[in-house]
Design a protein. Structure first.
Length: 531
């Protein structure tokens, strides 16, 4: 149908109305035709194996946001894959629906943002748009970085400093197609590793852009970029910064995120004519950072990862569990209400090969709960988690909690709980720092002694979290890894829960742990006295 639009004026009314309606209904259709008219050629729409092409994915996400179905949208996609052209087309498409829409279009530089808004203006001023739709650019304000429509709409281009906005985005009423805040590559590539630059972008986002929505419950913020660092703006929106959510909408940012890697899990290329499978796999060998960050939207080099998640056994069925126990990592301090608390349930089993026992113990992740909660609510949260654990056919009788300010409070409250022995985990100089503990216990992951069911509700979070733990300690969160590290130490190194050699029962585990804590305290006191 697109070729009919060459001679719009000769179209029968029925055909004209049908085409106009399809342009309004289908953003991808609008994008293709606008591209053809503006660039003089058809855009290439790839057909990747095993997934929907990324232009369709982008169009669907932009459409959903501009219709008011979602208000916090983060999109990550490789560079030069048409994200900016789609963002500009989506902006013009919105004006086709609502000529009074208000947009703020941000980028890391105002001049770059102005180039994008200029393209939006050109689409609105194009012949096809003028014939089909009502929006008109006002002659009083029609600069490429700042233009109005005669119907009262406004688009302004701004840089990452947020200066010169002067107006809000969206409409004040609850109606679709009122506009949006478009944030397109807010961080320069060369600033990706600068904590000061990342903090500046975070501050501008939180203090300037978020507060420019005319209706916070209806006007969407759409952030679209390639990934550059774990703590770039996307990372902060999805995971927070310093264990603190960047704004109150963190859950929505996570749920509405669209992450599009260049290679899927089966190593099928997203856009083979742009970057082939061979090119991407070759790049992975020589430049892991570029491959994982810019192309895979996972800014971390596996060479720097501590836990090799590919060695975690992903099982279809739960193994023959002989004992279970709980490990807990609570918030760092009483005042740190934004730090995560994690409760994990683990099962121990004997690893078998071809039906024969191997003599090795395995550690199976049965459940994991990550929460952000005030210290005074920890005991209620733990009670809830414990009640869920009791549904397992092998019920836990031991819980190990790290002894720190918030953990001490939980320990004291749970010490006399019937049926559950609660043991403190003490950290001393001999324990080593967190990275050292992770490295020590990661050996058991590499040996295939840690497993999880593919159907487990926490399966994806468990693997994703462990995959982000690095030697440099650059990860945003490590609470789940803490509970795993403690579990490995207790079950596989100390064999305090179950020993397949002497069948140590759970009843002896508490005594063994308490004795180990006592020895560590004695060793530290002797050292501090000059021995």
């Amino acid at each position: 149908m697109l070729d009919l639009l060459d001679d719009i004026h000769d179209l029968p009314d029925r055909t004209f109305d049908a085409i106009r309606q399809r342009l309004l209904d289908d953003l991808l259709y609008f994008f293709q035709y606008a591209f053809w008219k503006m660039k003089g050629k058809w855009p290439e729409i790839p057909q990747p194996i095993g997934r929907v092409n990324h232009f369709q994915q982008l169009a669907d996400k932009f459409s959903s946001a501009l219709r008011g179905e979602v208000t916090e949208v983060n999109i990550n996609i490789p560079s030069r894959y048409g994200k900016t052209l789609m963002a500009c087309s989506a902006t013009a498409w919105c004006y086709a629906h609502q000529p009074a829409a208000n947009f703020i279009y941000g980028s890391h530089g105002k001049s770059l943002a102005a180039e994008q808004t200029e393209y939006v203006r050109e689409i609105i001023q194009s012949h096809f748009f003028q014939v089909f739709f009502d929006a008109r650019i006002s002659k009083s304000t029609w600069a490429k970085h700042n233009f109005k429509t005669i119907q009262g709409g406004h688009t302004i281009a701004v840089g990452a400093d947020g200066t010169g906005i002067g107006r809000g985005a969206g409409l004040k009423g609850d109606e679709p197609f009122g506009g949006a805040i478009m944030l397109d590559d807010m961080l320069k590539s060369e600033e990706a590793f600068s904590p000061a630059a990342r903090e500046r972008i975070r501050r501008i986002f939180s203090q300037v852009f978020v507060n420019r929505r005319n209706n916070p419950e209806w006007t969407p913020i759409i952030h679209i970029s390639q990934r550059l660092d774990q703590q770039d703006l996307s990372g902060q929106l999805l995971d927070g910064v310093n264990k603190k959510p960047i704004d109150v909408y963190q859950k929505q940012w996570r749920e509405n995120a669209l992450i599009i890697p260049a290679l899927d899990d089966a190593e099928n290329a997203l856009w083979p004519s742009m970057h082939s499978k061979k090119y991407l796999l070759d790049l992975k060998k020589v430049d892991e950072y570029t491959f994982y960050a810019i192309f895979q939207q996972c800014p971390i080099s596996p060479g720097n990862r501590i836990f090799k998640i590919e060695h975690i056994k992903c099982l279809k069925e739960e193994p023959n569990i002989v004992a279970t126990f709980i490990t807990a990592d609570t918030a760092e301090t009483v005042d740190d209400v934004n730090s995560a608390t994690v409760f994990s349930l683990w099962g121990i089993y004997e690893i078998e090969f071809n039906g024969q026992k191997s003599g090795m113990l395995g550690l199976h992740s049965l459940s994991c709960r990550e929460i952000w909660v005030a210290p005074e609510d920890l005991d209620d949260e733990f009670e809830y988690f414990y009640s869920v654990c009791l549904r397992h056919h092998v019920k836990p009788t031991l819980a190990f909690i790290e002894k720190k300010s918030t953990g001490v409070t939980l320990l004291s409250r749970m010490k006399n709980k019937p049926g559950l022995a609660v043991v403190d985990i003490e950290r001393t100089g001999k324990s080593g720092n967190k990275t050292a503990r992770f490295v020590k216990t990661a050996v058991f992951v590499a040996k295939g002694q840690v497993s999880i069911n593919r159907s487990a509700y926490h399966y994806e979070k468990f693997l994703e979290h462990l995959g982000q733990i690095t030697l440099s300690g650059s990860q945003a969160h490590d609470d789940i890894a803490d509970t795993l590290s403690d579990a490995i130490q207790i079950a596989l190194i100390d064999k305090s829960i179950y020993n397949n050699v002497d069948d140590t029962p759970n009843s002896q585990a508490v005594d063994k742990i308490l004795l180990a804590n006592k020895r560590r305290r004695f060793s530290c006191s002797q050292y501090s006295n000059g021995m």
